[in-house]
Design a protein around this ligand. Structure first.
Ligand code: 3HC
Length: 702
């Protein structure tokens, strides 16, 4: 039962918030804190109060699970606790340890003083959930830290460490170790010094840079296109400067409530919980023993191998990078060195850290050196016979129990596991996205026989590499790329039917993607999918519609940006896509050849034609058990394909559109086009009036 505990340390009462794991302000916590505070006020022997979080000390703020649900009428709120601290006749000191975030920081700022452990961090991350702080954070933080420091903290939502917080005036003292002793000592000093004790509300919110609001608004417009919450944060902080404190608090609350009710916030809250669910594998205990990965190995020094070796090194794991081709290996090490130098030059990595990471990568030309590695990731050509050969060689070279992973985008990982039958439980797929050292998504592909220990070890390794590891089942394209096929297919069909590359791309960027499909295609290189299409031509279903447009572009040497021409043309040295009449003519010619009458196509149809295939295939992927949850699919699309987070991902977006509407649209398209058959699961959910989110809730409770 969430609550709060009171202990007496001589003349100081210590209130410890007791709501594991992160001491969120759930129902029961505010009332318990108020009751303990009342006890402390009534006790004449108590001269001061210290408040802190229990366990690791983190106070994560309001209970996010309660948003959108009614708060019980008989339970006080966080704001009531804040008012009680602020008006306390006895000084209140917040002792901060771990993360003090959102409502946690708002609570701490209502205390008269704050003492932080050196490991503490403080922040107002609410903007990442689609709303500004709602319990006075935007009014108190600028008063304590000044607007120049507070505004970026509130608008970007990133926490700061204890030393910074001291510099900004957010905390009054930083101590080593557990801050309780420091807070007790501080409380006694302040009692001895006598009142009145300072309140954040009585200070003025100082602005050093008069252009800061304007500059932040402009930066938000550039960076956070389509998002309401960062602008709302700016509005709230401006109120701290322009309005008396109580009016500012009222203004903040009104803006907070409006944002909280927005689809943007619902989507971002969905993402928050989906991100936390991905580490949970039904049927596998969270505390499953994991293997130790102290030494890694990578086979193949191409683009993927290069990035994967850097991932090991960035996680502090020594890694052997194998290639039989000495020239390729040398080139790869030079690329890695250049990549690290680039990070140092951009200021994203300290020189000593870059040097340390680079030193962890050891180029090797003999697989026998892999005898002591705990895990190998193979990143050779995407061709089954080559992969099988590598796995047989690894079987001979590696110690028993070493994890053998194949970095593949499409291949059947079970076939690969079958090549090393004695190691069945140790084999799985790791699908990194390119560039592998930059992109956060990692699909961890299960074989039929992989052990729980291996799976949990690799998920853990993914997190150590600062990736977002999502479990996928074995199938062609796994989760992300399997869904991508329909998206690109329809985008090209739309060109034949009457749209232009610019129109399709604009409709998709207006939806919220940073780039449309044709800009992405030109960036990635059109020749890659061309090669794949040629290889699969024999097996293609010739009864279904096929657009030769992509092939025709490649036949003309238009491979995208790298050749200065693809769906667009590019000036030398520029990445800006320019519409090209040659492509327009080609589209018209291809449409004529296919007997397609071109027509005017609206943006709504473009979005539906491109996105409904994602939802439909996503439903099949769920039904097939390839993804564990609809939320996992959303996380894949957010982190691997830049689906806008404020839309929540394709499955959450489908829930907001309504599944029955999506089924009706798919059936309508199906009357005129191939490939449009609603997925069984989608039809069932629509018929039952349910959502993908309902399935995830059922799983969470299973
Ligand atoms: N409310 C409810 N549950 C929360 C929560 C919160 N504020 N914060 C974390 N949790 C839950 C997580 O969902 C997770 O649950 P699970 O075990 O069932 O999956 C569990 O607590 C542990 O969380 P993490 O896995 O994220 O633990 P970490 O140790 O990695 O991180 C943390 C801890 C840094 C506190 C991180 O959880 C976090 O960033 N939490 C959100 C903080 C936040 O956004 N606070 C603002 C809330 S809104 C607010 O306060 C409004 C106010 O202005 C009025």
């Amino acid at each position: 039962m969430p609550g709060a505990i009171l202990e007496r340390h001589g003349d100081v009462a210590v209130i410890t918030i007791d709501n594991p794991p992160v001491n969120a302000m759930s129902v029961g916590v505010p009332s318990a804190i108020l009751a303990r505070l009342a006890e402390a006020q009534l006790d004449a022997a108590i001269k001061a109060v210290v408040v802190r979080g229990g366990g690791g000390g983190t106070i994560a703020g309001a209970d996010i699970r309660m948003f959108g649900k009614p708060w019980p009428a008989d339970e006080p709120t966080l704001r009531d606790v804040i008012a009680a601290f602020e008006t306390s006749p006895k000084p209140v000191v917040a002792a901060l340890r771990g993360s003090c975030l959102g409502g946690g920081l708002e609570l701490a700022m209502s205390a008269h003083y704050r003492v932080a452990g050196a490991d503490a961090s403080v922040g107002q991350p609410e903007v990442k959930l689609g709303f500004p702080p709602g319990a006075g954070g935007t009014q108190r933080l600028p008063r304590l830290a000044g607007v120049d420091a507070a505004l970026p903290m509130i608008v970007e939502g990133n926490p700061i460490g204890a030393a910074r917080a001291l510099e900004f005036g957010v905390v009054d003292r930083v101590v080593d170790g557990d801050p309780l002793a420091g807070a007790l000592a501080f409380a006694r000093e302040r009692v001895a010094a006598g009142g009145p004790h300072p309140r954040a509300r009585d200070k003025a919110a100082k602005v050093n840079d008069p252009k800061i609001f304007e500059a932040t608004r402009a930066a938000v417009a550039r960076r956070a296109r389509g998002l309401r919450a960062p602008l709302a944060c700016i509005e709230c902080v401006a109120a701290a400067v322009n309005l008396p404190f109580d009016d500012g608090v009222k203004r903040e609350r009104a803006i907070f409530e409006a944002c909280m009710a927005s689809p943007e916030s619902a989507a971002l809250r969905h993402v928050f919980f989906a991100e936390r669910a991905i580490g949970k594998v039904p049927g596998v205990a969270k505390d499953t023993t994991k293997k130790t990965i102290a030494k890694g190995g990578v086979v193949g020094s191409g683009t993927m191998g290069t990035g994967i070796a850097m991932n090991f090194a960035n996680a502090g794991i020594p890694v052997k990078l194998f290639d039989a081709d000495a020239v390729a290996l040398k080139r790869c090490m030079a690329t890695i060195e250049k990549n690290y130098a680039g990070s140092v030059a951009r200021g994203s990595l300290a020189k000593d850290k870059a040097d340390k990471a680079f030193a962890l990568i050891q180029p090797v030309s003999d697989l026998a050196t892999f005898a002591d590695v705990d895990m190998v990731i193979e990143a050779v050509f995407e061709e089954m016979p080559i992969k099988l050969e590598v796995f047989r060689a690894l079987d001979k070279a590696c110690k028993p129990g070493a994890i053998l992973a194949s970095n593949t985008s499409y291949l059947n990982i079970d076939t690969i596991a079958d090549a090393v039958p004695a190691r069945h439980g140790d084999v799985l797929g790791t699908h990194f996205f390119s560039p592998a050292n930059v992109m956060r998504l990692l699909e961890v592909v299960r074989t039929k026989s992989v052990s729980a220990e291996t799976l949990m070890t690799v998920l853990d390794l993914g997190r150590r590499m600062r990736k977002v590891p999502v479990v996928a089942g074995a199938c062609h394209g796994f989760i992300g790329n399997r869904m991508l096929e329909g998206y690109f297919r329809e985008a090209v069909f739309l060109l034949e039917e009457g749209a232009s590359p610019t129109q399709v791309d604009k409709a998709i960027t207006d939806f919220g993607f940073p780039m449309g499909p044709f800009t992405v295609g030109d960036l990635a290189g059109l020749d890659i999918s061309w090669r794949k299409r040629k290889a699969g031509e024999a097996g293609r279903d010739k009864t279904k519609r096929y657009s030769p447009l992509g092939d025709r572009l490649c036949e003309r040497g238009r491979f995208g940006q790298k050749t200065g021409a693809g769906y667009y043309r590019y000036e030398a040295g520029s990445r800006a896509p320019i519409p090209d009449p040659e492509v327009d003519d080609l589209i018209v010619a291809v449409a004529k050849e296919q007997g397609i009458a071109r027509r005017s196509i609206g943006d709504e149809e473009i979005v539906q034609r491109c996105l409904h295939p994602l939802v439909n295939e996503g439903a099949r992927i769920l039904d097939d058990g390839i993804a564990l949850r609809a939320g996992d699919i959303d996380i894949v699309w957010l982190n691997g394909y830049a689906f806008p987070a404020w839309r929540g991902g394709p499955m959450h977006w489908a829930d907001t559109v309504g599944l029955s509407g999506i089924v009706v649209t798919i059936e309508r398209f199906g009357r005129d086009h191939d490939f449009w058959e609603p997925a069984r699961l989608l039809v069932r959910l629509a018929r039952e009036g349910r959502h993908f989110a309902d399935l995830d809730k059922e799983d969470a409770h299973a």
